[in-house]
Design a protein around this ligand. Structure first.
Ligand SMILES: [Zn+2]
Length: 560
């Protein structure tokens, strides 16, 4: 017995001392009801949750990429890329810092809770999500809420809080029935209650597609009624006579529906006037998908300012008339090029055995920068040592430098060891190239991985290439592909049909120069690995890319 106690104590102490990594659960409460739990862990005072389960429970889709320790969360008009050991995630193509690094526990990718509280995520899953007491509290993304009923001897009031201006229609089909339609709103909860007061016999309030329908059955003394907006409130009043509603002095906002102390019970003393939680009906949307919130005036409790992306369901290709780069950068004579060796520091990129992508990217990137400098270009390299540079900082470097070209250097990876070869990516829009769209539609694991890999670096390209530069980027990609193909001494396949790939997910915006992303080969391919690990091959690779850039610069009139 003693021994068991000692053992228990040891375990307890062990648990306490390990509390920095305390395993646990985070719970879900949806519309007031318990809705399960996911694995959670506390690291440095930050609560982390299992990315896959949490995203699914909250109504988003998730793809997991074990090889790259990444997850892609998607929901209507929203995507986020999470990468292990980075304290930065990509939200709708933009890097965004988070408080702690995404981490792996066992086979699960764990992320700080804050990821699931992003306003853009809440909008995409059409839910209002808060986190309190170790619990995700999930509500409809409502903009109308019945907050209080005031039942007194002179009148009965139903008080609604609204988060936007609400249009409504009222009608009275018969002496006892009042119908109110609130247009284009989402109710926090449906509500049905027999009040049995002299004024109101019953109230029913329910979501019906984009509208909320209220039906009030008047009581025997309910002779007159009104429905009036008052600031952020709507007040339904029933009385024996006309008159202004006598609003309670207590602020109604956030007050739970509770009986007014003056509530009459003379008529039916047994009737509970408390609105019981379990009286609420389940949300029924009549088969229709949850209606989209029409840009609600941000609810007071909605989290910090974040621009909510308005993502059109159908992306119309926009290739605008293209200003010649010379026209844009007339204020400097030498072409400015940013060389960006991918990854670095704590982010190794793809790895196989002792080889790390970041090392090859750096070797080739430095060599390329050296060649460009000699070749009379102005060059900036985002890193020339093995250091971690956040995506946002890479784009800042390029933007401050006012780059005319941006070249990011990477190595591909996939589970399929047969996949190999050199590729160049440039940003484009889905519909601009049917062939590329079809290629991307192949839903095998390899292309999925590429997709995430691309998405990840995409954020950085996104901030660097405007729609106008699609054609420039595509030209540059072509020159680089051809030059690498012609360069002797590399020994990595350049597939003439498939070596140029388009980014095909998101509308380009905020971009400041033509940009390409070079995948020098596949670290996962024994063939490519044998080549890319040789410093002689790395030099030839840099030479090939350099030659392509020179061809492009000549074509564009930067050099003779
Ligand atoms: Zn990479």
């Amino acid at each position: 017995m003693k021994r068991i106690c000692a053992l228990v104590l040891t375990v307890l102490l062990g648990f306490l001392t390990c509390s920095a990594h305390a395993q646990g659960k985070v719970f879900f409460k949806e519309e007031g009801r318990s809705a399960g739990a996911v694995n959670a862990v506390e690291l440095n005072g930050i609560t982390y949750v299992d990315v896959q389960r949490t995203a699914r429970k909250l109504g988003a889709q998730v793809e997991m990429f074990a090889a790259s320790k990444q997850a892609k969360i998607t929901a209507k008009g929203f995507f986020a890329i999470l990468t292990a050991s980075l304290d930065e995630i990509i939200v709708n193509g933009k890097p965004r810092p988070i408080k702690g690094e995404v981490t792996v526990q066992g086979s699960q990718l764990m992320a700080p809770v804050e990821v699931f509280l992003l306003p853009s995520f809440q909008l995409a899953v059409d839910k209002q999500i808060t986190f309190e007491d170790n619990t995700f509290v999930v509500e409809r993304r409502f903009n109308v809420e019945l907050t209080n009923t005031v039942l007194n001897e002179q009148e009965n009031l139903l008080l609604f809080d609204t988060h936007k201006a609400v249009a409504f229609e009222t009608s009275q089909p018969n002496a006892h029935t009042v119908l109110v339609t609130l247009k284009d709103v989402i109710l926090k909860r449906d509500f049905h209650q027999r009040l049995h007061t002299p004024y109101i016999s019953s109230v029913s309030l329910r979501q019906s597609r984009n509208n909320a329908e209220m039906k009030v059955i008047l009581g025997a003394s309910g002779k007159t009624w009104s429905f009036t907006p008052q600031g952020n409130r709507l007040v339904f009043r029933v009385a024996a006579q006309d008159g202004a509603p006598q609003l309670p002095s207590v602020p109604v906002t956030a007050v739970k529906a509770e009986p007014n102390p003056l509530a009459i019970s003379a008529v039916d003393p047994l009737t509970p006037s408390v609105l019981e939680e379990d009286e609420f009906e389940e949300m029924v949307l009549e088969g229709a998908p949850a209606p989209a919130v029409q840009t609600p005036a941000a609810p007071a409790e909605s989290a910090p300012a974040e621009t909510v992306p308005v993502v059109p369901a159908v992306v119309t290709p926009v290739i605008k008339a293209e200003p010649h780069p010379l026209a844009v950068s007339a204020n400097h004579k030498k072409m400015r090029i940013v060389v960006d060796p991918g990854h670095g520091g704590k982010d190794p990129g793809a790895t196989r055995s002792k080889y790390r992508e970041k090392d090859w990217n750096l070797a080739v990137g430095k060599e390329l920068a050296k060649l460009l400098q000699k070749g009379n270009f102005e060059v900036k390299i985002t890193r020339d040592t093995d250091t971690f540079i956040a995506l946002s900082d890479r784009s800042k470097i390029a933007n401050n430098f006012k780059a005319d070209l941006f070249v990011s250097v990477h190595v591909n990876a996939t589970k399929n060891t047969q996949a190999h070869g050199f590729q160049v990516y440039f940003r484009s829009e889905k519909a601009t190239d049917k062939e590329a769209a079809a290629t991307a539609a192949l839903e095998n694991e390899a292309t999925q991985y590429e997709e995430v890999h691309y998405n990840f670096v995409d954020a950085l390209l996104q901030s660097m290439a405007k729609n106008e530069y699609i054609n420039e980027s595509s030209k540059l990609a072509g020159y680089v592909k051809n030059a690498v193909y012609k360069q002797p001494g590399i020994g990595i396949a350049v597939d003439q049909k498939n070596a140029i790939r388009q980014a095909n997910f998101y509308v380009l915006k905020g971009v400041q120069s033509p940009a390409i992303l070079v995948e020098m080969g596949f670290i996962s391919s024994p063939k490519d690995r044998a080549k890319l690990s040789q410093s002689a091959v790395q030099k030839k690779m840099a030479q090939g890319i350099y030659n392509g850039i020179v061809d492009y610069a000549k074509q564009e009139g930067w050099i003779n």
